[in-house]
Design a protein around this ligand. Structure first.
Ligand code: RBF
Length: 358
């Protein structure tokens, strides 16, 4: 897969290929812009917004929330328009596609989301200095055309991890190893340095004997591969698995349903996706963030050059514990322990600050 965004040395050539692609695209755009608008958004109508989805919307709630929040804010502002462009699953093509979007000069604001986007947008920003960017789920400080909002995903990972630990402690008996699963679509710094360690930290807080079985799909859509990975984990004694793999999540759910194991969800409330199988949902409120930020931009109040980090106390990260399907699927003693942990984070007695990775 064309996975240019990773810290692993083995994929460095792909990352470089992505960069070369970016520079080629920028060079083309520079030539193109001589006859068109070099100033990106300066000719654009006020209130004109483009959402660049780095991937596909379908199967990725984090992108559904991005689009929904942006559209909601625009609908409340007269004359504001939103165009949604999907970058597709070939990540090496994103810089070129986003460059073309900026080169049209038709959008005052480009809204996008994921930790790979700050670097891409910063490169494009040099050629199109009138183009403004709002990047959610990413972090970049000090670029006067870019505003970012990052979520505290140490908290988010910890919440699902703690539940995974509680469940494992309860279900795994007779001296068997206490293993929990994490299926990830791909490796990237936020996954390796924040989400995975947060998940492990939470799990160990509930059950110190826990170890994490971590497996990688290689893309955000291959459900059959995800089923294969999940089955490998189940054969390895895993009772509960967190899946962070976009459209491929369905493969983990199918395997767990068949083998009577449990799945933890990330980003949105997943209980209704497969009641009784999905037993935890650690959420981020990206629709709320997109709505609030786009609204503040439409009101002329957004500050660029800033990198915000928001968590449970700000109302952008949470764990859904009031859904009837959660109450039904999870025993009361486990829910009580999970609730007490959440309360300690909310009250500040347990503090889980996030380190600066992007
Ligand atoms: N999350 C998704 O749900 N769907 C995607 O297609 C997707 N693509 C990503 C591509 C890259 C290069 C990176 C770094 C992250 C991607 N994410 C995607 C992950 C997303 O940013 C976030 O980390 C997870 O959704 C967990 O909150």
């Amino acid at each position: 897969m064309k996975n240019w965004f990773t810290s692993s040395p083995s994929s460095r050539p792909l990352r470089i290929a992505g960069r070369v692609g970016l520079f080629a695209a920028l060079a083309l755009a520079a030539i193109f812009s001589v006859s068109c608008s070099r100033d990106g958004g300066s000719q654009a109508k006020p209130g004109s917004i483009a959402v660049f989805v780095p991937g596909v919307v379908s199967g990725s709630p984090i992108y559904e929330m991005l689009v929904a929040g942006t559209q909601k804010a625009a609908a409340e502002s007269k004359g504001s328009t939103v165009k949604v462009l999907e970058g597709g699953t070939d990540q090496a093509q994103w810089p070129e596609k986003l460059t073309s979007l900026a080169a049209t000069g038709q959008y005052r604001l480009i809204v996008t989301s994921n930790p790979a986007m700050p670097e891409i947008c910063a490169g494009i920003s040099e050629k199109f200095p009138a183009q403004k960017f709002l990047i959610l789920d990413g972090k970049l400080e000090g670029n006067k055309n870019i505003a970012t909002v990052m979520y505290n995903q140490r908290e988010q990972g910890y919440f699902d991890g703690y539940l995974a630990g509680l469940i494992t402690k309860k279900l795994v008996k007779n001296g068997k190893p206490h293993r929990i699963g994490l299926v990830a679509a791909q490796e990237y710094p936020v996954m390796n340095e924040i989400i995975k360690p947060g998940y492990e930290e939470g799990a160990k807080a509930a059950d110190p004997a826990v170890t994490v079985d971590f497996r990688v799909v290689g893309n955000w859509y291959d459900a059959a591969k995800a089923t294969e990975l999940a089955n490998g984990m189940f054969a390895n004694g895993v009772e509960v698995v967190l899946t962070i793999a976009g459209g491929a999540n369905q493969g983990v759910v199918a395997a767990a349903k068949q083998k009577d194991r449990k799945v933890l969800w990330f980003d949105t409330n997943g209980y209704a996706t497969e009641p009784g199988v999905i037993v935890g949902s650690a959420v981020i409120l990206q629709d709320r963030a997109a709505y609030g930020k786009v609204k503040s931009w439409l009101d002329g109040k957004m500050e660029f050059g800033k990198a915000e980090v928001v968590g449970i106390k700000d109302g952008f990260v949470d764990f859904v514990q009031d859904d009837p399907l959660y109450l039904k699927a999870v025993p009361e003693d486990v829910r009580k322990a999970q609730g007490a942990m959440l309360e300690s984070v909310r009250s500040g007695s347990l503090s889980l600050p996030v380190q600066a990775a992007n």
